[in-house]
Ligand binder design. Structure first.
Ligand code: SF4
Length: 219
């Protein structure tokens, strides 16, 4: 995966920086472009994913392969799914190094790099998500939106399960700290439910989905 080729909408970066409604000045926009280019050059995207069978042995409990997950939110979102895909993705340690360096010289650049890093990892996740959707389609399965540990009642403790299933350290260089944060910091893990029944899910998830008001699976 080439960081230069990952699509990034600069408006997302402006949004992360707190610009709502009013666009940034030309000077800020130029700074954002420059930081994004630096970040792309310093990034080393990597990802790994694995498909697993999914079962619901009881209400609000899911069995993804050997992993047992207690989560009402996830259970609702994955009702009717017979399989799932776990993935981990990172844009690499270059982003953290750039931010640390910028913190010594320009806090504004550090903030822009933080925002650009968040947008770049989201773009990488969308890319992996698209690949998973295609691979699932070939198996006759349809994808629900991705769901990450720490969202709703899906405990961050499950990061350990992602490490066990995906061997993230070995396969994509993501390490867990004692408090279960991921290093590099711009890393994401997620689970995607897969069902034989098609649903009009969108990549951006339930929060922006037009079907959310009437969808039994919305998270
Ligand atoms: S609300 Fe939309 S994205 Fe969420 S599960 Fe329903 S159809 Fe899918």
């Amino acid at each position: 995966m080439d960081a230069m080729a990952l699509p990034v909408d600069v408006r997302e970066i402006y949004r992360y920086l707190g610009y709502r409604g009013n666009p940034p000045t030309a000077e800020v926009a130029e700074r954002v472009d420059s930081c994004l280019l630096q970040l792309r050059k310093a990034s080393t995207p990597a990802a790994t994913h694995r498909f697993l069978p999914l079962a619901s042995p009881e209400e609000n409990v899911l069995l993804a392969g050997e992993i047992k997950i207690h989560s009402k939110n996830l259970y609702k979102n994955m009702k009717g799914c017979s399989a799932c895909c776990l993935f981990a993705a990172t844009i690499g340690i270059g982003c953290d190094r750039l931010i640390r360096r910028a913190q010594l010289t320009s806090m504004a650049d550090a903030a822009i790099l933080q925002a650009a890093g968040a947008a770049l990892i989201e773009s990488l996740c969308d890319e992996i998500n698209r690949q998973v959707i295609e691979e699932a389609k070939a198996k006759g399965l349809f994808a629900r939106p991705r769901f990450s540990p720490g969202y709703g009642d899906f405990s961050i403790q499950h990061q350990k399960d992602f490490e066990q299933v995906l061997q993230m350290a070995k396969n994509c260089g993501i390490h867990l700290t004692d408090s279960l944060l991921m290093m590099p910091s711009k890393s994401v893990t997620a689970i995607i439910g897969l069902s034989a029944t098609d649903t009009p899910c969108i990549l951006q998830g339930c929060e922006t989905c037009d079907h959310a008001p009437n969808c039994a699976f919305r998270r």
